[in-house]
Design a protein around this ligand. Structure first.
Ligand code: SF4
Length: 374
């Protein structure tokens, strides 16, 4: 079993973000109480189970007052079976990383940090309305290392309005100089109702052309492969052995339980469960000791589509043909026909019984998937 905790607090709103969060930290202690209630209400899902990874995401979980994470993890260590090698990740923003927080996270058992750097360029950080600058970004990585965190991911974003390939190359060079074992390199996406969308609509910023996105995606792959990183998922690169185990479990369709507002859970078969969508409704439900019963039973077609979307993202594992035949016999013929057509066009390949995207198709993987889903 895998556990996910959605911690919905942020210092301020980044210009591109449409995740659920609040800036009202006065709710933190009430929220943490609600989290314990939820853990108690759903104890059958996690108590006495082997928990192979735990992920604190958000929002900005590093913004949670020091001590809360220690308490939550103590509680889990007492009531679940957490092996010593379980991966325990905290998403952290550079401005929250200091000797006190690092000591506390280390004590709590956190062994992997995913740091929201996004860029090493002050102009871009300003444009994205991030709460840190490039100096804080680099210092936070160095400090995390000094306090014993060697399993670190950083997030960087490409395709930002005005960003040239030379500029993106500099970001990657800084990443490589810092010798960090894992990179999540995301293409900026323009979400509705964000400041960024408004700025583009009003011509304050220019939308990045598709060819720039593609050049920057290819540049990332080329630079990281030449430094012996593994490109193991569309947006993720790692030193061998440092792949994110928690996220890989999502891409492999394993069960997970999500806690906190807007979190969801999956039983590994066909059932998805949704939590209340915002912190206020979440806390109200928990204070009434009521579970929020919103479920979705996935139909065979949805399961087939989701299977392909997640498995193809995992570039190393790909899609085993025998598994499609076993799990989705009703869609097997359709899949094989489509896969063969795409192979004929040079977009897919079959190796050792697995279907994989070819290198030239990685950037357009979404288009390819639309031809495989039903
Ligand atoms: S810190 Fe993360 S979750 Fe919070 S507003 Fe920025 S991008 Fe969104």
């Amino acid at each position: 079993m895998r556990l996910y905790f959605h911690i919905p607090f942020c210092h301020r709103k980044c210009s591109y973000c449409d995740f659920y969060f609040t800036t009202q930290i006065k709710h933190q202690s009430r929220f943490v109480k609600a989290l314990y209630t939820e853990l108690d209400l759903r104890k059958r899902e996690w108590q006495n189970k082997a928990i192979r990874s735990i992920y604190f995401g958000g929002g900005t979980p590093s913004y949670l007052k020091t001590g809360y994470l220690e308490e939550i993890l103590n509680h889990l260590f007492q009531h679940a079976k957490i092996p010593v090698n379980a991966e325990i990740t905290l998403e952290a923003n550079p401005e929250d990383i200091n000797p006190d927080t690092l000591r506390s996270w280390k004590n709590a058992g956190i062994n992997r940090l995913s740091i929201g750097i996004q860029s090493f360029d002050d102009g871009i950080l300003k444009l994205l309305n991030r709460n840190h600058n490039s100096k804080t970004a680099i210092q936070s990585i160095e400090l995390a290392r000094r306090y014993g965190f060697d399993n670190i991911n950083i997030d960087l974003i490409f395709g930002i309005p005005g960003m040239t390939s030379e500029h993106w190359q500099k970001q990657l060079e800084t990443f490589l100089q810092l010798d960090i074992p894992h990179l999540s390199a995301y293409a900026l996406s323009i979400e509705s109702k964000t400041l960024l969308q408004y700025q583009i609509k009003k011509n304050i910023l220019r939308l990045t052309p598709d060819e720039c996105y593609e050049r920057q995606f290819k540049l990332t792959r080329q630079m990281l492969l030449s430094e012996a990183y593994l490109h193991y998922e569309i947006s993720n690169y790692a030193h061998p052995g440092k792949e994110a185990r928690h996220n890989t479990a999502y891409w492999q369709g394993e069960p997970y339980a999500g806690f906190g507002p807007a979190a969801h859970s999956f039983n590994g078969k066909n059932l998805r469960k949704f939590n209340p969508p915002n912190i206020h409704s979440y806390m109200k439900y928990m204070e009434k000791h009521e579970n929020f019963e919103k479920f979705e039973v996935l139909k065979p077609r949805e399961l087939y589509n989701e299977y392909l979307i997640t498995r193809f993202r995992h570039l190393v594992a790909g899609v085993p043909e025998a598994e499609i035949a076993r799990k989705f016999p009703e869609f097997f013929d359709y899949f094989i026909n489509q896969a063969r057509k795409l192979a004929h066009q040079g977009l897919l390949k079959k190796e050792n019984g697995r279907w994989l995207l070819v290198e030239a198709a990685l950037f357009t993987s979404d288009n390819i998937l639309t031809q495989l889903i039903y």
